[in-house]
Design a binder for this molecule. Structure first.
Ligand code: PHB
Length: 392
């Protein structure tokens, strides 16, 4: 009897120490929870980011500072409650050290409180409404902000014989950011706004809005639609005869998304936009990125793909800098001020705001070797998010 009790205790002891050894080993693995819309209408965003993340891992290995990197990918189907629940599960059950992804603004906003409560760094690789990084001190962003990409568009328009503009934006965070930034900057340069149109985000029908824009007879139509909707927008733009109306199309580069630009066709030729990434960005870093991305995924990268790639690049740099720390505050502090050469050009994590500082390029759609590209022709160097700059 006594002997069997001792035996039992021994067995238990072995089991516990095996479990402890397991957990000590587990700390040698750094887990990253990547949450993206991989089903539903915004799958193209999720796929781009996922491909960017996986490309970075494939080309830089999955061991950093002696730690094994484990990526756990989850699909939120573009439902904010799902994003939040998945983030919670990744933190509590999987014990991830990093949360990453966040395809659209509502998905990032829903998850911010989880990052704060769990003290887990949350790397926003896609969503682009300015306020996102203010929703948790654990958020660091590698995509962009709409005001950052839009202000140079207003400046270019004002200097290029565009006096009267109608704005047409998707009716949620990034669209409203784009509308506000454009309006204020363009008005201060002497331009006038002849109409402000907001199109619902879900299953948009642009046709009636395009008709109203046309009736206002502006010099240009300023458009923000999220990646994943530009092909639909382009189709309806042509169906309404807007390409023959003499009204120029301008906007942040989401509307001439590299992913679908060739599908949109020659009507896009000559469209001028401002953005932080073009697949046609010159230089060896981007050339290698585009080649490897295309080889891996079968399609070209767009600004979402580069956001995923750089998000993973940032995580790897933080793991190196902190020697694999699991402490969220230590990690975020290490990320502040980090700089690197991205396929998009030089970038920095703003030490104050945790947003990305980057060049914004003025680009024009041109045809090269039978394909359409956003060809950069002017650079505004190292632009910070203007909304947060104004709050200083
Ligand atoms: C966003 O929801 O923040 C978002 C989505 C797609 C874009 C830009 C911003 O192209």
């Amino acid at each position: 009897m006594l002997l069997s009790k001792i035996k039992q205790a021994l067995v238990l002891g072995v089991a516990v120490s095996a479990a402890l050894a397991g957990s000590a080993q587990a700390q040698e693995v750094i887990k990253i929870g990547l949450i993206l819309p991989l089903t539903g209408p915004f799958t193209p965003i999720g796929k781009q980011v996922e491909n960017g993340v996986k490309l970075f891992m494939a080309t830089h290995g999955s061991t950093v500072a002696g730690k094994k990197i484990e990526l756990i990918v989850k699909d939120d189907g573009n439902v904010a409650d799902t994003t939040r629940r998945l983030a919670q599960e990744l933190v509590v059950n999987d014990k991830v050290t990093y949360l990453a992804g966040f395809g659209l603004t509502p998905l990032a906003l829903a998850t911010a409180p989880i990052a704060t409560q769990a003290k887990v760094p949350m790397i926003v690789m896609a969503a682009a409404t300015a306020i996102i990084t203010e929703q948790s001190p654990f958020i660091v962003r590698t995509s962009f902000t709409l005001p950052q990409a839009t202000i140079p568009m207003a400046d270019w328009a004002a200097k290029n014989k565009i006096g009267k503009v109608v704005t047409l934006v998707s009716d949620y965070g990034p669209g409203i950011d784009a509308e506000n930034a454009f309006k204020a900057r363009f008005a201060s340069a002497g331009g006038s706004i002849a109409g402000e149109l907001r199109v619902p985000l879900a299953s948009p029908d642009f046709a009636p809005f395009l008709q109203r824009a046309r009736d206002a007879k502006p010099d240009a139509l300023f458009v923000f639609v999220p990646a994943g909707q530009s092909a639909t927008f382009g189709k309806q733009f042509v169906e309404r005869g807007m390409d023959k109306s003499g009204i120029r199309l301008i906007g942040p580069g989401d509307v001439t998304d590299d992913d679908v630009l060739n599908q949109m066709g020659d009507v896009m030729l000559g469209v001028v936009t401002t953005h932080h990434y073009s697949v046609a960005h010159p230089g060896a870093v981007n050339k290698a990125f585009v080649e490897a991305f295309t080889k891996q995924s079968g399609g070209v990268p767009n600004f979402m793909g580069v956001g995923g790639y750089d998000g993973m690049q940032l995580i790897y740099k933080a793991i190196e800098a902190t020697k694999g720390s699991a402490d969220g505050i230590t990690i975020v502090n290490a990320m502040r001020g980090m700089t690197w050469e991205s396929p998009r050009g030089p970038v920095q994590i703003d030490p104050r705001t945790r947003d990305i500082v980057q060049n914004i390029y003025v680009r024009k759609v041109e045809k090269k070797d039978g394909k359409l590209y956003n060809v950069e022709f002017s650079t505004i160097p190292m632009v910070k998010d203007p909304v947060k700059e104004a709050k200083r």
